[in-house]
Design a binder for this molecule. Structure first.
Ligand SMILES: Cc1cc2nc3c(=O)[nH]c(=O)nc-3n(C[C@H](O)[C@H](O)[C@H](O)COP(=O)(O)OP(=O)(O)OC[C@H]3O[C@@H](n4cnc5c(N)ncnc54)[C@H](O)[C@@H]3O)c2cc1C
Length: 392
């Protein structure tokens, strides 16, 4: 039976993560939103604090399920509460980790992930999206051809988070366009590989402190053993890797949205208690309390949907439908919560609370886009719910 009561260790971990968000993230949040360079000192501090948080995670007990996904969710909700843009910019393998862990051999996992433990600042990235090819990865145009002992990658990716600073970019490319989605494979491309060219860094409306980059691959050569297809050498392996990655990361994106929605919700509570303009009508205040009560329920529901998808992932249960449900629900909730916060707090003084709320409103939109838009999540859910109906 699913029990979502947090254990003492999980509560202590969550409290520590919240403290980190309060002490390290909120104080730099508005400044980082305005200047695109995130301070290096912040990353060093965060690396230290994240290492300390990792020590609070109990090691896996023999015979018991893993808890990695659930712990990651506990951490990421607090990080996004602190600052969603900085949360997706933290040092570590990031989105490169799921395909390496799910598709790499144990030798590849050790080889590629060990750099993240050398005490220096390192990042990872995942390059799936191409201009014109986001939702439907089957049409992928980036190619990888085997020449001798090397894969030669050619193509164009865009909107890649942490792409410029990443030490490793797990890049999806097709080895045979005729195979459609089954020709897609993940390759590890290290920073500095000749032929890997950094394009423009996007100027974004929200999540401005995060880095979103265009990447060009021009005869970019990586050794043969940088193909991550060690576990399942079948034609479907590559596509499964791409989709499996998203099943692992969608609950994470959902919980980031929950953290951001909660930040907006708490800011409205604070505004109501401490910053309400003099003479504000009592009836209006009651309306807001009613709206907050409903929003509070929805935030809890979004959290449980994400926890459920992570709980299933920790037990290696197929969770595509649940991952998409959590992402679709939280992606629309965060827009609703931040828009409500902008509207409710419109009267009265312009202070720091409003500055945060306006930033969060801009940050919220992307949660409905990356890791698959809301429409795509609903398609995935429908396909899983009605397997006998051909949904294009
Ligand atoms: C800030 C940011 C960071 C990102 N980070 C990364 C990253 O690190 N790595 C990476 O690979 N990608 C990343 N992305 C890309 C992101 O995943 C894509 O933008 C997203 O998948 C949508 O793809 P698209 O932009 O090509 O839109 P499209 O796929 O062109 O979709 C456009 C619209 O059409 C709708 N649509 C498309 N197909 C259908 C359909 N079959 N049925 C109904 N509606 C449909 C979509 O819902 C959407 O509303 C990032 C994007 C952003 C904005």
């Amino acid at each position: 039976m699913i029990d979502f009561t947090l254990s003492k260790e999980q509560e202590a971990f969550r409290e520590y993560a919240h403290q980190v968000a309060v002490e390290e993230m909120r104080p730099v949040s508005l400044a980082c939103d305005q200047s695109e360079n995130v301070q290096e000192a912040f990353f060093w501090n965060m690396q230290k604090r994240l290492r300390a948080s990792a020590a609070l995670r109990p090691s896996r007990e023999p015979g018991k399920a893993r808890q990695d996904n659930l712990f990651s969710l506990l951490l990421q909700e607090e990080m996004a509460w602190g600052d969603a843009a900085l949360a997706i910019s933290l040092p570590g393998p990031g989105l490169a980790a799921p395909p390496i862990l799910s598709q790499g051999t144990s030798e590849q996992q050790a080889r590629f992930l060990s750099i993240y433990n050398d005490g220096k600042l390192h990042w990872g990235a995942l390059a799936l999206t191409e201009p014109g090819i986001g939702s439907d990865v089957a049409g992928m145009a980036t190619t990888a051809a085997l020449e001798g002992d090397e894969w030669v990658i050619n193509g164009h990716k865009h909107y890649i988070t942490n792409g410029e600073r990443a030490d490793l970019i797990v890049t999806f490319a097709t080895i045979d366009k005729q195979l459609g989605r089954e020709g897609i494979r993940p390759f590890v491309v290290p920073k500095g590989t000749p032929g890997l060219i950094m394009g423009r860094i996007e100027e974004k409306m929200g999540l401005r402190a995060s880095q979103t980059v265009e990447l060009i691959f021009e005869n970019c050569r990586v050794p043969k053993d940088h193909l991550l297809a060690g576990r399942e050498q079948t034609q479907k392996a590559g596509f499964k890797a791409a989709m499996g990655t998203l099943d692992a990361t969608r609950p994470l994106v959902a919980i980031l949205a929950v953290g951001l929605a909660r930040a907006a919700y708490e800011a409205v509570q604070h505004w109501l208690e401490k910053e309400l303009p003099a003479g504000y009508p009592l009836s209006k205040r009651h309306e807001i309390e009613d709206e907050l009560a409903a929003l509070g329920q929805e935030i809890q529901m979004a959290r449980f949907l994400a926890w459920r998808a992570a709980w299933m992932a920790d037990r290696r249960m197929p969770n595509s439908k649940e991952a998409s449900m959590s992402k679709a629900y939280a992606g629309s909730l965060v827009m609703k919560a931040t828009a409500a916060a902008v509207r409710i707090t419109a009267p009265g003084e312009d202070g720091e609370t409003k500055q945060f709320i306006h930033k969060w409103f801009r940050d919220a939109k992307v949660f409905d886009i990356f890791e698959g838009t809301a429409q795509i999540q609903r398609l995935i859910i429908a396909r899983r719910m009605f397997p006998d109906i051909d949904i294009p």
